[in-house]
Write a protein that binds this ligand. Structure first.
Ligand SMILES: [Zn+2]
Length: 221
């Protein structure tokens, strides 16, 4: 199944063939502010709308591979921020890394967040490399691969937060969390543009969801 949704206009010309994965890429030359102080040091405030009475959809996540405890904490931060934004209408839930018993076929299949080292594809013949990518696996949730050794000084939490947008079915945007190219001031929090896209996809009212009020998308670059 080909889906154009996951392919950004920026990368479209670079990607081979049918590409259903959501890639987040970076310049091989490095990021302009990667060694500076990330803007995330400023408190990111989320709106605080009345949460859903009942969680209607759980999206299970497994974390596997050689993530350090620090890495896992960053992944949990990304998951938690998404859960704040989703406000109970959809909820990411970390499930045991051990293979879940397939007792109930009606249970949603988990998405797996996996650490990979040094084996990622070059996204393109071009000056970028993938930090992570996410793709659905038919009948089995999906797979998010994080190329840990390429993260360097970049914010792993922000990278995972971007990829979780793909787990929810989002494509790429120009700026903000879902920008296809990593930038320290972009992939910081679930911004209003991003949650508006989620609301549209799930037929939810956006003002029942939450978003970070820091205007990252228009931050000076
Ligand atoms: Zn992406």
């Amino acid at each position: 199944m080909c889906s154009k949704m996951f392919v950004s206009s920026i990368l479209l010309s670079l990607l081979p063939g049918c590409m259903e994965s959501g890639y987040l890429v970076t310049s091989l030359a490095g990021d302009p502010a990667a060694t500076g102080q990330p803007a995330q040091a400023t408190a990111l405030r989320y709106t605080n709308h009345r949460p859903a009475a009942i969680v209607e959809e759980i999206v299970p996540l497994r974390i596997t591979g050689s993530f350090s405890l620090g890495d896992r904490a960053k992944i949990l931060r990304a998951v938690n921020e998404w859960n704040v934004a989703l406000n109970g209408f959809v909820r990411f839930a970390i499930v045991d890394d051990a293979a879940a018993p397939a007792a109930d076929a009606r249970q949603p299949r988990p998405w797996t967040i996996m650490a990979a080292q040094g084996v990622g594809p070059r996204v393109a013949p071009g000056p970028t490399t993938a930090l992570a990518h996410t793709q659905p696996v038919p009948g089995a949730g999906g797979l998010m691969i994080v190329y840990l050794d390429r993260i360097g000084m970049r914010d792993l939490g922000g990278v995972v937060m971007h990829e979780l947008g793909h787990v929810l079915g989002l494509g790429h945007g120009e700026r903000g969390l879902m920008a296809a190219h990593y930038h320290p001031t972009d992939q910081q929090c679930v911004d209003k543009t991003t949650i508006t896209a989620v609301a549209a996809k799930r037929q939810l009212a956006v003002d029942r969801l939450n978003w970070c009020e820091t205007n990252v998308a228009s931050a000076a670059r």
